[in-house]
Design a protein around this ligand. Structure first.
Ligand code: ATP
Length: 363
């Protein structure tokens, strides 16, 4: 791991010298970068991502010319608040990536300071891929690729005992104390969300939102017999689809968690498809996710009806993650629009599939 001073804190620190050292690492043949062209990417809500075009004088390993460098936020308060997210993403690329099969950008360098508030990641820029718009949602074809990729995250570490002690995440496997603690924070976050967006959500969705937030504690403790590593924010904004093949590459690993696998599946289907599209497709997409788990990862003792029930139960993830992210972040018109769209879809799905009834049925 690099020392603190070696890690860039701002785009000005992304120099040819730094990139040369970062890309060389411990390798005997140095990478020599002649020049870099750095441009900002993304909204930068929790960190900063930059597109970096590099010209090489020596490039023995064939690192691509077009890279993404991710750094911590330049805002101290944000850095403090999300340092666990930074640790999660670095842990993913350092310790987890080789143990799962979900497609991600190739990683050429990662470093983080001891306090977790300064980090750098150098990734391949996914040229030829595009992000689908969170409000428009994914196409049907993109959705198929997304659920298959999800099975490739969950399948390899399905109920793997090592995950019970995986703590490089803000949301390790829940016990009673953490579940009810997170439940209380979610109720608070839902209250703030309703104060801001209640008029847009309307009374019926507001009621579902409040009841869902109130159920988060027992929900997190449901079905403890099944767990996997979760992305937790598996939605359009974090999925880059190949423009022609629709194959997906998954980014933004700052919300790693351990829990019921279908939480990721439900979150994706509830936030990243428009409601009518989800109603028409969710059964088929759940079956496809299940098929890949069984056929490609040899998961046994998990029939498709149980997977379907897990999907229904998992829908509360689509209240948990957005409200926590939204209530404690700065407010913008775009954030309001994305959040209200995701929450309306989530509440419709929760009501349609009686997700809350499942929690009551099996306390
Ligand atoms: N490997 C990549 N290839 C192409 N684009 C990328 C890549 N990684 C990130 N991006 C772009 O940069 C944006 C920000 O990346 P990411 O979501 O990982 O960072 P973040 O700190 O969580 O940003 P934000 O706060 O804006 O969500 C992405 O939305 C995407 O547009």
């Amino acid at each position: 791991m690099s020392t603190d001073t070696a890690i860039p804190r701002s785009p000005d620190d992304i120099t040819a010298e730094w990139l040369s050292a970062a890309l060389t690492g411990d390798a005997p043949d140095p990478v020599r970068v002649d020049s870099v062209e750095v441009r900002p990417l993304g909204a930068g809500l929790t960190g900063s991502a930059y597109s970096v075009r590099a010209r090489y004088a020596a490039n023995p390993g064939g690192v691509p010319d077009h890279l993404v460098v991710k750094l911590a936020s330049e805002n101290h308060a944000i850095r403090e608040r999300v340092s666990l997210g930074y640790r999660s993403e670095i842990a993913f690329y350092a310790d987890v990536l080789d143990r799962v099969e979900i497609p991600t950008p190739a990683c050429f360098h990662r470093s983080i300071s001891d306090d977790g508030q300064t980090f750098a990641l150098v990734l391949a820029h996914m040229d030829g891929h595009e992000q689908s718009d969170q409000i428009d949602g994914c196409t049907n074809e993109q959705a198929v690729h997304a659920v298959r990729a999800l099975a490739a995250l969950h399948g390899p570490l399905w109920c793997d005992p090592s995950l019970t002690s995986f703590t490089s995440t803000a949301m390790p496997l829940a016990d009673e104390q953490t579940a009810y603690g997170l439940g209380e924070v979610t109720v608070m976050a839902a209250g703030i969300t309703v104060d801001r967006l209640g008029d847009v959500l309307g009374p019926a969705h507001t009621e579902v939102l409040r009841r869902s937030a109130a159920a988060v504690g027992p929900w997190l403790l449901s079905r403890p017999e099944r767990f996997a590593l979760l992305h937790s924010d598996y939605r359009s904004d974090n999925l880059l689809f190949h423009a022609e093949s629709s194959e997906v590459t998954v980014i933004d690993w700052q919300t790693l968690a351990v829990g019921l696998p279908a939480r990721d599946l439900a979150y994706f289907l509830a936030t990243s498809l428009v409601s009518e599209q989800r109603d028409a497709l969710d059964r088929r997409l759940v079956e496809e996710y299940h098929r890949v788990l069984v056929d490609e990862y040899g998961i046994t003792g998990y029939d498709v009806e149980t997977c379907w029930e897990d999907y229904r139960l998992g829908l509360l993830q689509a209240v948990l993650v957005p409200t926590l992210g939204y209530a404690f972040a700065d407010r913008t018109d775009r954030a309001d629009a994305i959040m209200s769209t995701m929450l309306i879809r989530a509440c419709e799905a929760i009501a349609r599939h009686d997700a809350l009834g499942l929690i009551d049925a099996r306390p």
